[in-house]
Design a protein around this ligand. Structure first.
Ligand SMILES: *Cc1c(COP(=O)(O)O)cnc(C)c1O
Length: 426
């Protein structure tokens, strides 16, 4: 199959314009957050964040790199799972676990590294918690011969040693955060030498490190340009479904910041939005799944909040539990973010998206059922989508309804086996 040559941007097709970034200035703020964002990101990404062009060309070099990491990723039908559930539903999944780093995050890491290189930037920094984002940026940096520095939350650094090893294999410099390498890190350590670290602290260190050099900062989710890059997933899936004469009735993905969800569903939803902005006219269902431990839809509010827990970046309007929300230590690290991307939040408000919540235990059980049926071990994050898919398939069985389900298999769980061991007592 030919790769799509353009990413799809949903901004011009939204039922309402997206509320702009906001930069609240308090007496204690000596900097503008919007200026900061402009300084730490490659120019091209700032343009992509705001553009209302519906189709954005994928540079040839990025297309080449997408092929090198195995795109298009396979679209599989989960026949054995269907059989096990004895359902008339047909279940398809887009297997993003097939990329070398094991998740969809490499789809945006590659263009971010490419644009930085093109603009003469000399290195990339980022923060990572569970490690999937740091791993993706580490590989993308290696592909474009750019040094990558990852500030990894100290508690994860020691609890998830293999992630650190992969990043270092790819040549990245991985530092437990808080560290002695930045002013901010030194300040935090002075106050508490045993600080376990947090995403907010790691991010502050990564941004400071980039600002002091001709380096830029990599963003793993939430922002518009990240979802734009991830639409490669949905665009490929659409072609793959067409080739076998299928069209999904229901699309499902888990939601952390929302990039694998938007990446899969936006090309499909865009087709419908271009015909009518009224959700009553839509044919397909679009379902996002979050952990019940991080109930950002059922308990969150639609309001302006900081994009990051440190309050360094501008505010965005989104469904949020508040940037100071401390998530319970569930294993699905990628789903612990306090909010949801602004475009997804808006589409939910406008009635285009349904949300479901499930707890950790039932998600891991769903993951085990999937692994038994299909042989592929899902990431703890992906288990949330799988749980929702199983419920839909059982609903279809009850109603004896032919239902075509497509879900995003955001990543494999081969580095998360100890989580399965603990939750399922294996
Ligand atoms: C990071 C991650 C997620 C959640 O992030 P989104 O931006 O919401 O996609 C989901 N699944 C996997 C495997 C991840 O690594």
């Amino acid at each position: 199959m030919e790769l799509p040559r353009k990413w799809y941007n949903i901004l011009p097709d939204l039922p309402k314009p997206l509320p702009p970034l906001r930069d609240p200035r308090g007496a204690e703020d000596e900097f503008s957050r919007i200026e900061l964002l402009l300084k730490v990101l490659p120019q091209k990404l700032i343009w992509q964040e705001n553009t209302v062009e519906r189709w954005v060309p994928i540079p040839d070099e990025v297309l080449e790199a997408y092929k090198e990491i195995g795109r298009p990723t396979p679209l599989y039908r989960a026949r054995r799972l269907e059989k096990l559930l004895d359902t008339p539903a047909r279940i398809y999944f887009k297997y993003e676990g097939a990329t070398p780093t094991g998740s969809h995050k490499i789809n945006t890491a590659i263009p971010q590294a490419y644009y930085a290189k093109e603009e003469g930037v000399e290195g990339l920094t980022t923060e990572t918690g569970a490690g999937q984002w740091g791993t993706a940026l580490a590989l993308a940096g290696a592909m474009y011969e750019m040094p990558v520095k990852v500030f990894m939350v100290k508690s994860s650094f020691y609890q998830k040693p293999y992630r650190k090893v992969i990043m270092r294999l790819y040549g990245a410099d991985v530092t437990p955060s808080p560290s002695e390498e930045t002013e901010y890190g030194r300040k935090v350590l002075k106050e508490n030498p045993d600080h376990p670290g947090s995403l907010g602290v790691a991010m502050s260190e990564a941004i400071e490190y980039a600002l002091k050099r001709n380096w830029r900062y990599g963003v793993g989710s939430v922002l518009n340009f990240v979802i734009l890059h991830q639409t490669i997933i949905g665009l490929e899936a659409m072609k793959q479904m067409e080739e076998i004469g299928e069209d999904p009735d229901v699309l499902v993905a888990c939601i952390g910041g929302g990039s694998n969800f938007g990446g899969l569903i936006y090309p499909f939803m865009g087709q419908e939005l271009q015909r009518s902005k009224n959700p009553k006219d839509k044919r397909r269902r679009y379902i996002g799944v979050t952990p019940s431990e991080v109930p950002k839809f059922s308990k969150g509010k639609y309001e302006y909040d900081f994009a990051d827990s440190a309050g360094l970046l501008p505010q965005i309007k989104m469904h949020t539990l508040g940037h100071e929300f401390v998530p319970p230590p569930i294993y699905a690290g990628g789903l612990r973010y306090h909010g949801v991307a602004p475009s997804i939040s808006l589409l939910y408000e406008e009635g285009w998206i349904e949300m479901k919540e499930y707890d950790q235990k039932e998600c891991f059980e769903a993951g085990q059922l999937f692994a038994k049926a299909e042989g592929i071990v899902p990431a703890p994050e992906t288990n949330h989508a799988i749980k929702a898919v199983i419920d839909l398939a059982l609903e279809a069985k009850k109603k004896n309804e032919e239902m075509v389900i497509l879900f995003n298999f955001s990543g494999h769980g081969l580095l998360d086996l100890s989580n399965y061991e603990k939750v399922l007592g294996l």
